[in-house]
Design a protein around this ligand. Structure first.
Ligand SMILES: Nc1nc2c(ncn2[C@@H]2O[C@H](COP(=O)(O)OP(=O)(O)OP(=O)(O)O)[C@@H](O)[C@H]2O)c(=O)[nH]1
Ligand SMILES: [Mg+2]
Length: 238
């Protein structure tokens, strides 16, 4: 059997986390040859997220410094030695954990090194993405396709799957604390020479109020895009 680790960075996700963990298709993954472990990165949760996740058998690790990027980097450094494939998704149940097989299959088949779930070429349910964010996501995706020649259809997605070896080198290069982490990972993976493809996924409306600041976080994402144009992978090339 191979081992799959699912990383879920969480800041107060008591409404969604139970559904995200319950939706992981453990039996289908088992049939594909994978044991599944779930790791919740507790980014200072003050609600019942940790309690709910523990009751569902997830391993909890803590990252005291705020920000999705920080939480994710902590998750990468906590992977155990026998993890073969890594998945990341949000804890707010906006991405469907039940669709995970679709991201794993191309990796399992050795079709590519990393897979992203694309909302823009997938199913965006009503109320899940504002027009402003949709335009921003299309614009960032266009910029990555033009300047980095990446075959990517949604650079700000929160649903990823990777071969373990990609994480081992990529994680050593990451510096984003917050919501620019996805742009940083994608632009660096392209420069490192990893092959990335997109599969269609569903994006649902969040039950909590939005914490992403479209202008402030958008500026950080754009800065990351610009900065990484000059970034060199050096010792981290595939
Ligand atoms: N907001 C926020 N989210 C964090 C933090 N650390 C980890 N996360 C997690 O990162 C994931 C994405 O955060 P969201 O707040 O849903 O951000 P988003 O999906 O980009 O935007 P909206 O859902 O539209 O607000 C969730 O699983 C959060 O729990 C943090 O410090 N702040
Ligand atoms: Mg969200």
């Amino acid at each position: 059997m191979k081992n799959l680790t699912v990383l879920i960075p969480c800041y107060n996700e008591e409404k969604g986390i139970g559904k995200v963990i319950d939706g992981i298709p453990k039996e289908k993954l088992n049939a594909l040859g994978y044991n599944t472990n779930v790791i919740i990165i507790d980014n200072n949760c003050t609600d019942k997220t940790v309690e709910i996740a523990k009751s569902k058998g997830a391993l909890i690790i803590k990252e005291p410094i705020k920000g999705k990027g920080k939480a994710l980097i902590k998750g990468f450094s906590s992977l155990n030695g026998d993890t073969d494939v890594v998945v990341m998704l949000d804890g707010d149940n906006t991405y469907q954990s039940s669709e995970m097989i679709r991201l794993i299959e191309p990796i399992d088949n050795n079709f590519c090194d990393a897979v992203i779930g694309t909302r823009l070429s997938g199913k965006i349910n009503s109320g899940s993405m504002s027009t402003f964010n949709r335009i921003g996501n299309w614009a960032f995706t266009f910029l990555v396709r033009v300047a980095y020649h990446g075959n990517i259809t949604d650079v700000c997605t929160g649903y990823f799957a990777w071969k373990r070896e990609v994480i081992d080198s990529l994680s050593k290069t990451l510096t984003s604390n917050g919501f620019a982490i996805e742009m940083e990972m994608i632009t660096k993976m392209i420069k490192m020479g990893y092959s990335i493809y997109s599969v269609p996924i569903t994006y649902n409306r969040s039950e909590k109020s939005s914490s992403l600041h479209p202008v402030k976080d958008g500026a950080k994402i754009l800065t990351t895009w610009a900065r990484n144009l000059a970034w060199q992978p050096n010792g981290y090339k595939k």
